[in-house]
Design a protein around this ligand. Structure first.
Ligand code: HEM
Length: 224
């Protein structure tokens, strides 16, 4: 016959009622002191933000130690690229963005080797020094350095379209082509977010100067 725990307990009242040999009944004085101690202890055992950070730090340290012991050469289980991408997101959250005008950005085109190489896309500036072979002088994409050439990323015209002005291009094409490169730089593992370009409005052509100018098409990173 199968007995429930309750039935089993009821069936053996003597054993259940028998005082434990190991735990003698506490004296009233002792139990009073314990209650006070417990209250104190309860106050002491709070799990604050510092404890949480300590716990997380310890977990990360343990995980990294295990990774280096097991893989022999990686602190992040061989996922350096993903780890750098996450790190870039965290860093972007903490970084105070720098706002730069076009003339200042032009100084960071790679010709001055003491400076990092910056480029801007859709108004967001990245440090692409890690890609010096491509963006530095003589590199295949050197024309992207020190400026925002968003239009050229869409059209592929690397002579005439080195401008951020994408007006007149089909919206869907902008979303697709520019969006691709916006994500490329935002998610790149070695290019670093720097800040934003303060764009100088383009002069309208002489024949349109008198008419009211079209508002510039602005694309947020989320839109692309
Ligand atoms: C709209 C047209 C194009 C745009 C906007 C574009 C843009 C770029 C950019 C920004 C990079 C650098 C990626 C990085 O930082 O790692 C790159 C790399 C590269 N592109 Fe293009 N590209 C275009 C068309 C082409 C075409 C048509 C070819 C082939 C004939 C090509 C061949 C390459 C190669 C081989 C690389 C790698 C260079 C390297 O790693 O050193 N691209 N492209």
């Amino acid at each position: 016959m199968v007995q429930t725990r309750k039935q089993a307990r009821e069936a053996t009242p003597v054993a259940a009622a028998a005082p434990s040999k190991q735990t003698p009944p506490p004296s009233p004085k002792r139990s009073k002191a314990s209650a006070a101690e417990l209250v104190d202890e309860e106050d002491r055992v709070t799990f604050g933000i510092i404890d949480l950070l300590r716990f997380l730090g310890g977990a990360v340290l343990l995980c990294s130690t295990l990774s280096i012991l097991i893989t022999g050469d990686s602190y992040v289980w061989g996922k350096e690229k993903v780890a750098r991408q996450y790190w870039n997101v965290i860093r972007k959250t903490w970084t105070t963005p720098i706002y730069m005008d076009e003339a200042t950005l032009a100084l960071y085109n790679g010709t001055d080797t003491a400076l990092p190489i910056y480029l801007s896309i859709n108004g967001t500036i990245y440090d692409v020094t890690a890609g010096r072979s491509k963006y530095g002088p003589g590199g295949g994409y050197a024309f992207f350095a020190g400026r925002d050439a968003s239009r050229a990323y869409i059209t592929g015209d690397f002579k005439n379209d080195l401008t951020w002005d994408v007006s007149g291009i089909d919206e869907q094409r902008v979303q697709q082509a520019l969006g691709h490169w916006v994500k490329f730089f935002a998610n790149h593992d070695t290019y670093i977010f720097v800040g934003y370009l303060t764009k100088t409005p383009k002069e309208p052509p002489a024949d349109k100067a008198s008419s009211s100018p079209e508002p510039e098409q602005e694309h947020t990173a989320d839109e692309l």
